[in-house]
Unconditional design. Structure first.
Length: 282
C-alpha cells in the first residue's frame, strides 16, 4: 500500500472549500511544477458528480466513473498546436455544450489544462461564459502562472495556489468569513449593519475575492432553496428571509460590482453603492 501524499496548505484550502460547499463556479489551480493537478482534479470531479451527502464518497457509481475518466458530465478540453493549449474553436464548443443539461450528475465539469498558454482570443471567448455561466457548471482552469491569464478572468474566479504557504491558506478562510458576515447582514432589516459589514472593502484585489466568495454563498442559498442541498448557517438564513428572484437580483448586482472593480471606481463610494444596490434588490 502506497504512502498517501501530504497535502499542501493550498490543497487543504481547496478541499475544505469543497467540503463546506464554498466553491465558486470557476476556479484556477496554480502549480508551478504541475505535479499537483491530477490528484486535485480527480477529487474535484468526484465532488462535483457525487450524489451522496458526504461527497465525494469515492464509492458510488458517479465517483467510480469520475475516477476511471468515463463520466459523461466531465469534459477535459482538447489541446492543440505547438503550445499544447486550448484554442478558440474548442472554447466555442464548450460554450455551446455548457447550456445542455447534465447527463447523469447534478453538475457538469469543464477542465482546461495549460490555461495560461491560451491566446487572448480564446481567453476572451471563455470570459463571456464565466461572466454569465449556466447553472450547475464548474470550470477548472489549470496553469503554472496565473498572471498569464487575463485580469478580467482572474477577477471572476477563485485561485488556489497548490504550492501556497500557510498565510495564503489562512487568507482563504478570512475572506470567506468576511463574505459570510456580509451575507448575514443582508438578512437583517437594518441597512446600517450591511453598510458596516462592507466597510473594509478598500483594496480592489481583496474586495474582488470577498465579492466572489459572497456570490458563492448567494448561489448556494439559491441551490438550497430550489434543490434542497445542504447549506451553511448564512445560506440557510438567506433561504428563509430572501425570495428566489431577490437572490438572483443580488447575484446580478455582485456581477456588476466585479465589473466596476475593473474600472477606475472610487473605493470609498463603492461600498455605499453596493450597500444601496443590495438593499434595493432584496
Amino acid at each position: 500500500m502506497g504512502v498517501e501524499k501530504e497535502l499542501s496548505s493550498g490543497e487543504n484550502a481547496l478541499r475544505r472549500a469543497l467540503k463546506l460547499n464554498r466553491i465558486s463556479h470557476a476556479i484556477v489551480l496554480e502549480d508551478k511544477d504541475g505535479e499537483g493537478f491530477d490528484g486535485e482534479l480527480e477529487y474535484i470531479c468526484k465532488w462535483a458528480v457525487c450524489r451522496e451527502n458526504d461527497r465525494p464518497c469515492g464509492r458510488c457509481t458517479q465517483c467510480r466513473k469520475a475516477e476511471s475518466l468515463s463520466h459523461p458530465d466531465i469534459y477535459t478540453a482538447q489541446l492543440s498546436g505547438k503550445t499544447a493549449a486550448v484554442n478558440v474553436e474548442e472554447v466555442r464548443k464548450i460554450c455551446a455544450d455548457a447550456y445542455i443539461r447534465p447527463n447523469e450528475a447534478a453538475n457538469k465539469v469543464y477542465i482546461i489544462k495549460n490555461a495560461d498558454r491560451m491566446q487572448i482570443q480564446a481567453q476572451n471567448a471563455l470570459l463571456k461564459l464565466i461572466e454569465e455561466p449556466p447553472q450547475n457548471i464548474l470550470f477548472v482552469l489549470c496553469c503554472e502562472r496565473k498572471d498569464s491569464l487575463l485580469p478580467t478572468i482572474l477577477s471572476r474566479v477563485t485561485v488556489y495556489n497548490l504550492d501556497s504557504a500557510e498565510e495564503e491558506d489562512k487568507s482563504c478562510d478570512e475572506i470567506y468569513a468576511e463574505a459570510e458576515r456580509i451575507a448575514l447582514a443582508i438578512t437583517e432589516s437594518k441597512g446600517y449593519n450591511l453598510l458596516l459589514s462592507l466597510k473594509d472593502l478598500k483594496d480592489r484585489e481583496h474586495t474582488g475575492k470577498v465579492i466572489r466568495s459572497l456570490k458563492g454563498i448567494i448561489t448556494n442559498a439559491l441551490k438550497a432553496k430550489t434543490a434542497g442541498i445542504k447549506c451553511s448557517e448564512a445560506e440557510r438564513k438567506l433561504c428563509e428571509k430572501t425570495d428566489i428572484i431577490n437572490l438572483i437580483n443580488i447575484t446580478d448586482t455582485l456581477d456588476t460590482a466585479l465589473q466596476r472593480l475593473g474600472s477606475n471606481i472610487n473605493m470609498n463610494l463603492f461600498s455605499t453603492w453596493l450597500c444601496s444596490e443590495i438593499r434595493r434588490k432584496k
